[in-house]
Design a protein around this ligand. Sequence first.
Ligand code: FUB
Ligand code: ZN
Length: 642
Amino acid sequence: MTSLRKDRRLDAVPLADVSIDDSFWNDRLETNREITLEHQYDQLGDRCLRNFERVRDGKTGGFRGMWFEDSDAYKWLEAASYVLATHDDPELKARVDEVIELVAAAQDENGYLNTYFTLEEPDARWTNLYMMHELYCAGHLIEAAVAHHRATGEDSLLEVATRFADHIDDVFGTDEDDLDGVPGHEGIELALVELSRVTDEQRYLDLAQYFVDRRGREHSRLQWETAHPDETGGDVPPDIFLEDGEWDGSYAQAHEPIRAQETVEGHSVRAMYLYSGVASLVAETGDDELYETLETLWTNMTTKRMYVTGGIGPESAHEGFTVDYDLRNRTAYAETCAAIGSVFWNHRMFRLTGESRFYDVLERSLYNGVLAGVSLDGTEFFYENPLESLGHHHRKGWFECACCPPNVARLFASLGAYVYAQSASDDIYVNLYVGGEADLDVDGQSVTLTQETDYPWGESTSIEMETESPVETALHVRVPPWCENATVRLNGDALDVEPEDGYVVVDRTWADGDSVTLDFSLPVTLVAAHPDVPDDADRVAFQRGPLVYCVEETDLDDAAPSHLRIDPAGDVETNRRDDLLDGVVTLETVARASTTENWEGQLYRSYDETAGESREAAVVAVPYYGWDNREQGRMRVWLPTV
Ligand code: FUB
Ligand code: ZN
């Protein structure tokens, strides 16, 4: 059943109109602005910015870093632009201008911009679309430029991006003289749709449509490249993802046309960026068939291929999806960027439909799979996000392939844009419980919403409306599936409205100072996984609200997480602990724990002998996002039951 609403596309309330003031997010966002962004900038200098400088100075050779190193500068520019949209920061603005100047100076006269090829292989441009990421970098440049233009009203980066987009438009296409190909790593599709929105230029939308439609056709350029590695440039051969010497293409979602695809395949970040781009395109074209494809893919991912943390893509070899129910825990790849990509995709799916289920996934990914990606102090990052650890997996300050840290930074810096939305008829949607203010235009009238909440710890949120004169609108407040017994008060008095399809809707004429309070409970849930997930059989995971919990060795008394057996009928207490992990609610219970004292020097014993060798153990579970921020040790999300 299609739920695409052509008549009612929803728009996010723009970032610049939302200010966040929230007990949970304030510290994380300030750390992102003050520490992570600075840390990220420091990492750019030695490799990324140096490459741009060499091109600017007319040098050749000497490229440093990954072949898509340029994208680090663009992601930093994008994150910094989001900060500038909401904060007056002249120092940051000056630095942004400096980087833009450098990027602009590295652009070719014809608009081409890529420091790897310009320094190392100028004659091999566009020869290795599969692996060498020129179009991926272009996509990040365009996204940064759109963010910068929206934040500052300036065109300095937008001009660079449009010149490059125009060049790409000249190079690619289906005419005889055109290069007919698609990017091996998607990302440019969603960027081109945004570019068409800010410039009002149809040709960028057409180019996005071209890249979407040409993917997966037979005898494609990507396939040709894998058969002709000697004719392609770059330092990564395009044939590394041949299956037994045969073209497969699924690594880059190019195994068949997107409209025929039914399962999420291949590299998971690529897949998320592609589906985000397709959703953006559908928002402009209203293409039902493409929307149906997205529905099918979304259902496959969310019912068979997504971790309880919202992470996706279990396999490290190709950084991606494998088969249904392969959700291995200790070796889960679950790249931070992929969870972020899922946020991007789900945000767009919501805007196409107004349906809360997309936010349920978005919120799960945001508070778990994404939030775990950065340390509480903002300087260390996870690339891979396993759901179990023997104690050797830790965040790092930076990576040779540094895609994840700047991705977290740009998402956090733009969090405000995910909180509210408005429909074409000016209905207001409150999709995340995040405190702060939002300025909206409702039917030509300025309205300010103020949200106050202690979520994800507390069990209510209040929204107050400030308006100069009474305004008629329907306020839709999302009620996530983990918020039970939701009741509504209007100006303190109980209101008889039930959540329907994930929202309570209060449709009325609002006077200045009117407020809606949603009260709910956040019970602790013991989650079970589908029986076909072998790695979670007979195990449970703790969840409260959007937060998935884990057990870390440091919280156990002389036991490891693998010793524990949870009693599903046991009481679980919630404790507010302001002293722990910057303030969390812990979940505490008593479990059975195997003992190790009779195992001295032995790896295997008769099972019968071990009978009765267990004791009671106090278990303190902490939110998964906070793991590996204290003493190093073993960790587990899924725990066996007694
Ligand atoms: O290839 C560019 C980025 O680096 C991908 O999105 C990540 O998975 C990592 O491979
Ligand atoms: Zn990444």
